[in-house]
Design a protein around this ligand. Structure first.
Ligand code: UD1
Length: 420
């Protein structure tokens, strides 16, 4: 078990490079199972969730080779299993994508129930309803899900809730199905568009990704020997944008997509920050007192729930009272008690948090409660007076690559050490 020791009071200044999106990579890697061939993926984040998915692909018979730190080659010509064991799938949430991908390629899948951050109830009823509409039989037994179909047949599917996971899983299951699938009330996140772009580049017929309705005309096979570069990470970009704001710093964020950040940019400007669009990079700075604002998390293009803990850090030192309404996850305020240890004044009840701004945060021993909460507490430690110790950093490593190196280059004083 490792921990970070952080000496605070740092204004973050300098440049940071954004890597490919975690949530795109954990969908596109399973999507390679639909191809009978070799796929090269570039700009792949070297994070623990991705490493676990590569281990699972190997267990299914794929040959996975890292050509360099960010390029993965997946050879799926000789798959020999459709069984993704619980000890692997329970380590991360996106393991449920193996269901859609294996069902699409092999007509059957046995996948241990997914793990991931504890953000409250995380049902997968919409995934199952979608698979059944395509003709699959789903059996949920003792910690694993068994899915099988003689033949998947395209169908109209209306999702009761907007779900990133269900949208991706049904795209995966239907690209090789017979006939046309129409997915209604889908999620529109950048990583959904990226998955559709990847699958289209290997021969799938997918239209409408990024809108409320996606139409998929099944094709008989997808072609190998393609190279695809994963979209820049929207959430890593947002984490550094908020770090610039909260530290009243000045950060040039390279290899990012400005348009994916509109909901956050609007809030940063309301709070007193400045943003310059420089094409494939942006500069975020702040040279004045932060002002309170209200945040409501929503599916894309609304404010992302995965940036809610980070923006709470900036709000905790803003002038005035802010309100956050969390509309996606029922238990996403666990980190607020850690921020309160640092002198923040946050009252969280149910899905609402009320934040009364304070002048400064003070370093403390802190426990990351999940991935994005961990990133938020790291930002809080960097800007706080005094030093902090941050435990449970394995959560942060699930989704951020070399996060301490990136913050160190911006001036932060962070040490990663083995917990004694
Ligand atoms: C994905 C992201 C996660 C992010 C979330 C919302 C990945 C690997 N994870 O998670 O980081 O926080 O989107 O942007 O991409 N729901 C149902 N039934 C279902 C599926 C979902 O009721 O079958 C509900 C959930 O309880 C939640 C909401 O729909 O309230 C959104 O969940 P969903 O978009 O599916 O989240 P994930 O795909 O798990």
């Amino acid at each position: 078990m490792e921990k970070f020791i952080i000496q605070g009071n740092t204004r973050l200044v300098g440049e940071v490079e954004i890597i490919g999106a975690k949530n795109a990579a954990v969908a596109i890697l399973p999507a390679t199972l639909l191809i009978n061939g070799i796929t090269t993926l570039e700009n792949v984040p070297n994070i623990s969730d991705v490493k676990i998915i590569c281990t699972i692909l190997t267990a299914l018979g794929a040959v996975v080779t890292w050509n360099n730190e960010h390029t993965v080659v997946v050879d799926t010509r000789h798959l020999n299993s459709a069984n993704a064991p619980l000890e692997m799938t329970s380590k991360f949430r996106a393991s449920y994508y193996l269901l859609g991908a294996l069902l699409g390629r092999r007509g059957n899948a046995e996948v241990g129930l997914p793990g991931g951050c504890n953000l409250g109830a995380r049902p997968i009823d919409q995934h199952i309803k979608g698979f059944e509409a395509l003709g699959a039989t789903i059996i949920d037994e003792q910690g694993k899900i068994n899915a099988s179909a003689k033949k998947l047949i395209g169908s109209p599917i209306y999702f009761d809730v907007v779900s990133v996971g269900a949208t991706i899983n049904l795209i995966l299951a239907s690209v090789l199905a017979e006939g046309t699938t129409v997915l209604n009330n889908v999620a529109k996140e950048p990583h959904i568009v990226d998955l559709a772009n990847f699958l289209t580049s290997v021969g799938a017929d997918i239209r409408g990704a990024g809108t409320d309705t996606i139409k998929i005309n099944g094709v008989s096979e997808l072609s190998g020997n393609h190279t695809y570069s994963i979209v820049p990470d929207q959430i890593e970009t947002g984490t550094f944008m908020i770090a610039a704001l909260a530290s009243k710093g000045d950060i040039l964020i390279k290899n990012c997509i400005y348009e994916h950040m509109d909901s956050l940019s609007a809030k940063i400007i309301e709070m007193g920050g400045k943003i310059e669009n420089l094409g494939d990079s942006m500069r975020v700075s702040c040279d004045r007192e932060l002002q309170a604002t209200n945040i409501k998390t929503l599916p894309y293009p609304g404010f992302p729930t995965d940036l809610q803990p980070q923006i709470a850090v900036a709000l905790s030192i803003a002038n005035g009272t802010s309100i956050i309404n969390e509309n996606i996850w029922s238990s996403r305020f666990q980190y607020t008690s850690e921020l309160n240890k640092m002198g923040a004044k946050i009252t969280a009840q149910g899905t609402t948090a009320i934040i009364e701004g304070v002048n400064k945060l003070i370093g403390a021993p802190l426990y990351a409660t999940d991935l994005r909460a961990g990133a938020a507490l790291l930002i809080a430690s960097i800007i706080a007076d005094g030093s902090s110790e941050l435990y449970n950093i394995h959560y942060i490593d699930r989704g951020y690559e070399h996060i301490e190196d990136k913050f160190r280059k911006l001036g932060a004083k962070i040490e990663r050490i083995d917990k004694e």
